[in-house]
Design a protein around this ligand. Structure first.
Ligand code: FES
Length: 151
């Protein structure tokens, strides 16, 4: 579904479409080295690693794969994850998770993200943590194709 973005410099709206592929697989990246701002405990697992293990143990939604990564350069705001998938979806970096207890919420959002063709989950469907803790969003790889006019 195309996104409609108001553009005050044009009459009407600017329609931006993407080369979408709703069937494209989704990757959920989890930083396993996040310490959630705590001092390193060499003897114990880090909160990021525990989050990864909890997600892996819970089982992933269809079409979503899990990947462990080391550092997303969001260390002061970890635990951190990324949702990405396909040329047509926005990529999102989320942070400030506590650890394993967030696995269920993350999996719910991953499933919703997978259902979209552009990565845009309606605001009202996003859990509060995802509304308030988006670290970055990155445009789709597919070229944006604006067209002008009244819609
Ligand atoms: S250690 Fe997780 S973002 Fe850097």
């Amino acid at each position: 579904m195309p996104a409609l973005c108001p553009d005050p410099t044009q009459k009407g709206y600017v329609r931006v479409t993407f080369s979408t592929n709703a069937a494209a697989p989704v990757e959920l990246l989890v930083c396993t080295t996040c310490r959630r701002g705590q001092p390193t405990d060499a003897q114990g697992p880090r909160p990021g690693a525990m989050l990864y293990s909890a997600i892996d143990a819970a089982g992933l939604p269809e079409g979503v794969t899990l990947r462990a990564v080391e550092c997303l350069s969001n260390c002061d705001e970890g635990c951190s994850i990324v949702l990405r998938g396909g040329d047509g979806r926005w990529t999102y970096v989320y942070g400030r998770f506590d650890g394993a207890e967030d696995a269920g919420t993350i999996l719910d959002v991953a499933a919703r993200y997978r259902e979209t063709s552009d990565g845009l989950i309606p605001w009202r469907e996003r859990p509060t943590h995802f509304r308030k803790n988006c670290i970055a969003r990155i445009p789709p790889l597919a070229p944006l194709v604006p067209s002008f006019g009244d819609f």
